[in-house]
Write a protein that binds this ligand. Structure first.
Ligand code: G
Ligand code: G
Ligand code: NA
Ligand code: MN
Length: 250
């Protein structure tokens, strides 16, 4: 099992890497941006998924330095892509844990002082909006700085669209548990259809997560969804592979 010391040293030694999953415009198949997903290149255990160390990072407070590393690396990569004329349109969404948002006021590595490049966005989960007033304050501060915010795993928690409206959220990421049963699941189809209808009227962008088949793309497109992510398009890949994907899906 990973220990706190191991993870602290890993952050310092540069053993973390970011992989990138394309966000695709469903109407023309173009790549409009990416979501950054962190991995730990462990010297012995190989490439570890976030589920194996984000929990430990949150329990130990290491989520603050880890989260700042992810933000800095994502911003560096996005700036590098933007130098390339054909990649200047890309956006990049970075995940930020509620715990990190809560702690940011108490740490010296203030998220609020970060120099966000244009196109850099943040993703938070529904529970962040619900259980942490301090986190919500920081979210509002980030939004006032012009940072676009997405609500991740939408539909799995307790956030209603009415609650979403009280916060500066510009994008909903429709959780893949609603997408998986499509096109047949009639109940899920009804949920997806009503979320899309309301979201479009509320001027929220919606990204369907976990698209794995063309039939699922067709189903969500017919219901008005314009953006998607999922293995059908690409798994999360390295920065070089991500750039190649963007260049071949203009
Ligand atoms: O990469 P994978 O598909 O295994 O991601 C699993 C989960 O880990 C997702 O819920 C994602 O939001 C979370 N995650 C991935 N990267 C980061 C990160 O940089 N910071 C935080 N806080 N969570 C992340
Ligand atoms: O919680 P979040 O949505 O950030 O998690 C992203 C996770 O979802 C990553 O672990 C990523 O590998 C996974 N993922 C992305 N696309 C698909 C997909 O099409 N199908 C499945 N099963 N998982 C996916
Ligand atoms: Na996410
Ligand atoms: Mn999600």
């Amino acid at each position: 099992l990973n220990t706190e010391r191991e993870l602290r040293e890993a952050i310092g030694r540069g053993e973390l890497v970011l992989h990138y999953q394309p966000v695709v415009c469903l109407t023309d198949g173009s790549c409009c941006g990416f979501e950054a997903l962190v991995r730990w290149q462990h010297p012995v255990r190989g490439l570890l998924a976030p589920s194996e160390f984000i929990g430990l990072a949150e329990e130990t407070g290491l989520i603050a330095p880890l989260g700042m590393w992810v933000l800095r690396e994502g911003a560096r990569q996005l700036r590098a892509w933007h130098q390339h004329g054909q990649l200047a349109h890309l956006s990049l969404a970075v995940n930020i844990s509620g715990q990190q948002l809560r702690e940011t006021a108490r740490t010296d590595q203030r998220l609020i002082d970060f120099d966000f490049p244009p196109g850099l966005e943040l993703e938070v989960t529904e529970s962040t909006l619900i259980d942490a007033p301090e986190a919500v304050e920081n979210l509002h501060a980030l939004s006032r700085l012009g940072v676009p915010l997405s609500l991740d795993d939408f539909g799995t928690g307790f956030a209603s669209l009415a609650a979403v409206q009280r916060h500066p959220i510009s994008t909903l990421k429709l959780d893949r548990s609603f997408i998986a049963p499509l096109p047949s699941g009639t109940r899920q189809r009804a949920i997806v259809a009503s979320v899309l209808t309301l979201a479009l009227h509320l001027n929220l962008r919606v990204i369907a997560e976990g698209l794995e088949t063309p039939e699922q793309v067709q189903a969500v497109t017919e219901m008005g969804c314009r953006y998607g992510q999922g293995f059908l398009f690409s798994r999360p890949v390295t920065a070089d592979e991500a750039a190649k994907y963007a260049l071949t899906h203009p």
